[in-house]
Every structure is written in C-alpha cells, then in structure tokens.
Write a protein that binds this ligand. Structure first.
Ligand SMILES: C[S@@+](CC[C@H](N)C(=O)[O-])C[C@H]1O[C@@H](n2cnc3c(N)ncnc32)[C@H](O)[C@@H]1O
Length: 232
C-alpha cells in the first residue's frame, strides 16, 4: 500500500489542497510548549490514520478510534510503514465516537479531523461531549471540518471515482455554534478547504457528573485485540 493515496495526490495536484499539511497545521494546536511525549492524544474517526501518524511523528502518544474495522486495518498498516523504526506507535481501537470506551479524564487532548459530518448529529453534539468527557479539564479539543470549498472538492473527486461521500450534516458554521452552545470557547482558523476549531474545556462543570459512563467491561480486551490480533 502506498503511503500517499490517489485521493491525496488528486487533491494536491488538481486543487492545491495539501491534506497532509493541513493535518499538520491542526496538530500544531496540541499543547504547544509542552514536551510532546508528555501527552496522550485521542484521535476520533481516524479513517486514513494520517492524524495518528503525524502526531506520532511529532512524538505524541496517540489512541485512534474509528467505527469501521476496515479503515482501522488500513490505517494500522499505513502507520506501520510510515513509522517503521519508531518506538512510538499509535494504538488503533474499534469504537464508536458516541460511546468512547475510555474513562473520564483519560486523555490530554482530543482531535477530530474531517469526521464531524459523520459524528455529530445536529443539534445534539454528543460526539463533542464525549471528547470533553474523556479529556482532562483545561486541555485541548481540536475539531477540523471541511468548509464548503473542501466539501465540494471531496464530492467531485469521490463522484468521479464512483464513491458516495456522506452528505455533510454539520457544516462549519453549525459546528462553531455547537461548540459555543456547549460552553466551549474556540478559536477558529479558516483555510481554503478546512476550518480548524481549537477549544479548551473550561472547568469540570462541563463534564457530565452523573453515573460513570464507562461501562465497557472489555476495554482492555479491545485494546489487546487491536494490537495483537483482531485487526491484523
Ligand atoms: C472522512 S473519514 C476520516 C478522516 C480522518 N480523520 C483523516 O484525517 O483522514 C471519517 C471517519 O469517521 C469514521 N466514523 C464515522 N462514524 C463514526 C463513529 N460513530 N465513531 C467513530 N468513527 C466514525 C468513519 O469510519 C471514517 O473513517
């Protein structure tokens, strides 16, 4: 498997949309100034695995989740190739972003790149709330979504390849409103194809303090399987 997919090449060559560079840019928001190896990052809807690879390249420990085992398998193989020889390897876990199988405050940061249109059911931002819940207070939540330009480019390229791209149920304007409505103060960076929101959860009050949400008895089993067999 080639590290750079045909789609990545088409976006770069035909649209000037460098999908790797923009992911790198989104990662710049992760706890700047902190030694990178001190943080554990959650990557939600990893798809191609590129966020995990790029974060690992800059020394961050990453756990990536995706609901689709086939995506995870490809992401895992890509990561193995890209990070050959590196001691830091992302962990890929098959999980639903609406029910993240990790305890509260487990991660130092959470990031989701181009997965919002799958994950976040308007007007209920359940996916973002899950990211808040599993992330330590005051830490970074980064959500990047395709803007109209980006969505149009993806649709055209996918149509040409005979693929159906899921309609964007949550454009970046709605996403900004949602972040605001759940009390996240975000900064917004608009690029030609992607908008990046960087937010901090302000206080523990933002977390759902009801009953424990982690009721997945097989959490460590799932991680074990991902690493040693299930997805290989
Ligand atoms: C456009 S793709 C991935 C983008 C990826 N983050 C990247 O940088 O290329 C969106 C991903 O979200 C995943 N996804 C959709 N619904 C999900 C859910 N409920 N939980 C976890 N992942 C989900 C899909 O399987 C898909 O791989």
């Amino acid at each position: 498997m080639s590290l750079i997919s045909n789609f990545t090449k088409i976006f770069r060559d035909e649209y000037g949309f460098d999908t790797i560079a923009i992911r790198r840019e989104a990662l710049q928001y992760l706890n700047p100034g902190e030694p990178p190896t001190d943080i554990l990052v959650l990557d939600v809807g990893t798809g191609s695995g590129w966020m995990a690879i790029l974060a690992a390249e800059q020394g961050q420990r990453v756990i990536s989740i995706d609901i689709n085992p086939e995506c995870l398998l490809r992401a895992k193989h890509r990561a193995e190739q890209a990070l050959m020889g590196s001691v830091i390897r992302p962990l890929f876990v098959c999980a639903d972003a609406l029910r993240i199988p990790f305890p509260d405050n487990f991660f130092d940061a959470a990031i989701s790149f181009d997965a919002v249109h799958h994950l976040f059911d308007c007007p209920c931002p359940a996916g973002i709330k899950e990211m808040i819940q599993v992330c330590k207070t005051h830490r970074d939540i980064i959500v990047a979504g395709l803007n109209k330009n980006g969505a149009a480019a993806v649709r055209t390229v996918h149509d040409r390849a005979g693929l159906k791209h899921e309609e964007n149920r949550c454009d970046v304007e709605k996403l900004e409103m949602m972040l605001h409505d759940i009390g996240l103060h975000s900064t917004r960076r608009d690029t030609s194809f992607v908008t990046i929101f960087h937010a901090h959860q302000q206080c523990t009050m933002m977390k759902n303090s009801g009953q424990p949400r982690l009721n997945e008895p097989n959490l460590f089993g799932r991680i074990f399987y991902c690493r040693f067999g299930y997805l290989t």
